[in-house]
Design a protein around this ligand. Structure first.
Ligand code: PMV
Length: 327
């Protein structure tokens, strides 16, 4: 009744912002991301035969209140599926700063879903694992298949992520410029809830399907220039919607703007690079593998960049320890 799993965070080129059903985490639009090999969460789940309270640790600290409730509610979904009632002990470690717009909930809920389901004796297919991970945190659905993954919008049964291409398909590096490592003040859950209050959300939803189709093609054909143009457009549009919600959400810090301008400057000088930003201040700067060092050098010279985290594409959620699959 015990298993350990590891999952990567992911960076979305087409983003999830706003839900059609907040309880089921059904997105208003499809999204597409790259898993990040260097940003992982490793989680062990052990169930006891006894009923009782769940407990969970994250990086050694005991979770309490709403954070623990969120984990417990997710385990309840798995317990219901398995018809098992025992209390769980969860021990989770992240290799990167939490809550700083680096999709820590994506790797956390993907790892929790895999470890929890295997510990309960469930053998879920990837599609079902992704659907279950979605119920914990929407973007976690994309961390289950890993690599370059697309999460489909639709009803409960159809809304899961599948792998468009494996991590080896394209060695893009994500050099993340950390300008603020504090946990963000407004969670993405709150951002999804507020999205419909932006007068620009309908315009965004009209534009996203064709942009998603083009980004899918850019990834499959390794068309860097197309991916760059559309990803920046997408990131700015998400923040336009966030800033124009009521109340307006301002995730950017001075360092964010410094990096955005530097990325555009570097590209004008011939370095292939583009930016994207999730619900936080830190900026993801993507470049082909051969330009990674130069990009790191240039970004580390900026006055408001505290440090960099760099990662190539990563794999899907995987089991590190647990009962062997049957058959
Ligand atoms: O999965 P959530 O609820 O943490 O939402 C993620 C939202 C963004 O990171 C901003 C976009 C995305 O698709 O990852």
């Amino acid at each position: 009744m015990r298993a350990t799993a590891r999952a990567c965070a992911n960076i979305a080129f087409i983003k999830y912002w706003g839900t059609a059903d907040a309880e089921l985490n059904l997105p208003l639009n499809g999204s597409l991301s790259m898993a990040l090999a260097g940003l992982t969460t490793t989680t062990t789940v052990a169930f006891s035969a006894e009923r009782g309270e769940d407990s969970a640790r994250l990086n050694g600290a005991e979770l309490v209140g709403p954070a623990l409730d969120r984990v417990s509610r997710h385990l309840d979904r798995l317990r219901t599926l398995a018809g098992v009632r025992g209390a769980a002990l969860v021990d989770s470690r992240a290799s990167f700063p939490l809550g700083a717009g680096l999709a820590s909930s994506a790797s956390a809920f993907a790892a929790l879903t895999l470890a929890g389901s295997v510990a309960l004796g469930l053998r879920l297919e990837e599609r079902e694992l992704s659907r279950m991970a979605r119920l914990g945190s929407g973007s976690a659905s994309r961390s289950v298949p890993g690599g370059f993954a697309e999460w489909l919008a639709g009803g409960d049964e159809e809304s899961f992520a599948h792998r468009l291409a494996p991590p080896e398909h394209w060695e893009l590096w994500d050099v993340i410029a950390l300008v603020d490592e504090r946990p963000k003040a407004i969670s993405s859950l709150e951002g999804h809830r507020l999205a419909p209050s932006s007068p620009f959300l309908p315009a965004r939803l009209e534009r996203v399907p064709s942009r998603l189709a083009q980004v899918r093609r850019a990834v499959l054909e390794r068309d860097f220039a197309l991916l760059a143009e559309l990803s920046e457009e997408e990131a700015l549009e998400l923040h336009l919607v966030a800033m124009s919600s009521r109340p307006g959400l301002l995730y950017w810090q001075p360092g964010t703007v410094e990096v955005l301008h530097e990325v555009r400057r570097l590209r004008a000088q011939g370095l292939p690079v583009f930016f994207t930003i999730d619900a936080g201040a830190n900026v993801h700067c993507l470049t082909p593998a051969e330009h990674r060092r130069e990009l790191e050098e240039r970004l580390s010279e900026l006055s408001l960049v505290a440090r960099l985290l760099s990662s190539p594409p990563g794999p899907g959620a995987r089991l590190l320890e647990g009962p062997e699959p049957e058959g």
